[in-house]
Design a protein around this ligand. Sequence first.
Ligand code: ATP
Length: 443
Amino acid sequence: MSEAVTMDKIVSLCRRRGFIFQSSEIYGGLNGAYDYGPMGVELKNNIRDFWWKEMTQMHDNIVGLDASILMHPRVWEASGHVSNFTDPMVDCKVCKSRFRADQIDLNAPCPVCGNKGSFTEPRNFNLMFQTHIGANADAASIVYLRPETAQGIYVNFKNVLQSSRVKLPFGIAQVGKSFRNEIATKNFIFRSCEFEQMEMQFFCKPGTDEEWFPYWREQRMEFYKKMGIHPDHLRWHQHGPDELAFYAKDAYDIQFLFPMGWQELEGVHSRTDYDLTQHEKFSGKDLTYLDPETNERYIPYVVETSAGLTRNVLMALSDAYDEEATPEGDVRTVLHFHPAIAPVKVAVLPLVKKDGLAEYATKLEHDLRSDFYTFYDQSGAVGRRYRRMDEIGTPYCVTVDYQTLQDQTVTVRFRDSMKQERVSADKLSSFIHDAMKNYRRGE
Ligand code: ATP
């Protein structure tokens, strides 16, 4: 982690450059909810697409799904969320601040007002948001906003199996919104009430989970390295007996070194046949698999990979952020995003507006649009324009100057090294494609 990075600086950059805003800001904001601005939505979509491609296209046995957020309430009884998805909560009787009882020392003074012995007894608080479907707001009409996307996968296991000609082992991948009424939302988008998850449930023959579990742990760690995340900022945390869900065989978290310290980014869990067994019990439907090779019938085991997409956005920003001294003697703020996730890939900048340079640059930018997300900027000194692009993590700036008009070459300026290279304008697209493919941080 760069020494320069703090959560305050990330929050401020995100607001200033249109990555992330507080929800309903003009009304004073809503706790635990955030809006993704023009740069933020590109970054988030790029991470989502990178994950989706990695998990579906790059594997021959994973298919996608997009289940609805609202599900039959029995789903959440079967999954255990109605009875168990709780956090212990305490309030300070003096200042009314609310805390998760497992995150503070209950014998210490209140961390907000400093009073001693001011906490209420811990009580359990269910994290699911409830609402009603239809006109009658009675107990029979209760529905929940899903607190995870995984259950949508389990309840569609049979549908996918029967409609997609998949055979065990296979996985189902899904990206979507989840909601949790978190008691303590803090650290910006790290823990919010509305967030997005990227989950994949891998169904396999009982016993073979022993091979698939390490396989998926390795795959998932490799994914972050492919995304350009610094390996020193990633580590494993294996769940101890006190953390492990009662049905789980084993569980590991990938942790990332966020500005506030090491925290969970993704969970890779060996869940046995717990979820499908529960749904079979509660729905009364047969969720077994008939093995075509052995003619055995069994409920598959599941290895789950569960990552937060919005938490990935915070990881990408924290990992990429740096403040660097420039040869001119000032300091630049730069986001070293991997080009695959950078919101803008190429900025086109005419050195000056006059003498036909702006027209040339505009045409060039239009020509590049079908290949890359581009940005055109002709205002201010070129050095300032480079800085603006550094701040949003644009990996390549293309400058059109007087020489361009003579020999049809442009300069490509690399964000990380700030080096420049002259490239023939008609080869620009393939040059940038190659540079993106071979990108190594710092070059
Ligand atoms: P915690 O114990 O921190 O509340 P968890 O272990 O319950 O989280 P999971 O249910 O395993 O989290 O969720 C999988 C992933 O979803 C997490 O690794 C995280 O990236 C993301 N996630 C979970 N809760 C939130 C949240 N409130 N805001 C943003 N992302 C979240």
